[in-house]
Design a binder for this molecule. Structure first.
Ligand SMILES: *[C@@H]1O[C@H](CO)[C@@H](O)[C@H](O)[C@H]1NC(C)=O
Ligand SMILES: *[C@@H]1O[C@H](CO)[C@@H](O)[C@H](O)[C@H]1NC(C)=O
Length: 204
């Protein structure tokens, strides 16, 4: 009799433990996949930036070239004040990632077109730009799925560029491509930091 009671008590406490545990977040597995994808992308975005610079001629290919102050209107900038970034809510964090990659999706296509025209023999660079765009679409699919599971609306699809974007001079195109590759690299680093926080908050 005692052992039956003990077994029942054990069962009751096990049930209570189960009830007390918060529901696992439905997107925990996708959060972890997105983190892994961003980590894999990190090495490639460094290579993409270096390959881009080395194929554009002077001044871009000059040793130690950097023009951190150079911006291009519309290209998402990853830099963000630390405390504001750290205390950002999940919806805003995910929406900002989504918005950035939706914009890079268009800019990476534009840079691919520019390079196909300016540097048709740069097949390695063109392949890397194509892969980056495909991975960006993968990230967007991951983000859409996480946001849907969390009930966060995905921002409406935007087409941030106009066809006039193609009509700038060769040097401007090279500058634009540099800013796109540099900020894409910065954004992937930021996504790794964002998903490090999200992974800790929603363990798989
Ligand atoms: C990294 O680049 C290599 C070579 O271009 C490619 O095969 C691989 O799929 C890329 N990985 C990611 C995660 O983009
Ligand atoms: C998230 O991305 C990974 C890697 O690209 C992919 O295997 C997985 O299917 C994606 N998941 C969703 C829900 O989009």
């Amino acid at each position: 009799l005692h052992s039956t009671l003990a077994a029942q008590n054990l069962l009751v406490s096990l049930v209570l433990v189960q009830l007390a545990r918060p529901d696992p977040n439905p997107s925990a597995a996708t959060i972890s996949q997105t983190y892994n994808l961003a980590r894999l992308l990190q090495a490639n975005t460094t290579k993409l930036l270096n390959t881009y610079l080395s194929t554009q001629g002077s001044p871009f290919s000059d040793p130690g070239f950097s023009a951190l102050g150079l911006r291009w209107a519309g290209v998402p900038v990853a830099t963000f004040p630390f405390l504001a970034w750290r205390s950002m809510g999940d919806s805003e964090r995910l929406a900002r990632n989504y918005g950035a990659y939706a914009t890079f999706d268009a800019f990476l296509q534009l840079v691919w077109d520019d390079q196909d025209e300016l540097c048709p023999d740069c097949s390695e660079l063109l392949t890397m730009l194509g892969t980056a765009r495909a991975r960006t679409r993968g990230l967007l699919a991951n983000l859409t799925s996480i946001m849907a599971a969390m009930g966060i609306p995905t921002p409406p699809a935007t087409d941030p560029l106009t066809s006039e974007a193609a009509e700038v001079g060769a040097f401007e195109k090279k500058c634009r491509g540099y800013v796109v590759c540099r900020e894409y690299h910065g954004w992937v680093d930021r996504t790794v930091r964002d998903f490090t926080l999200l992974k800790a908050k929603y363990p798989a």
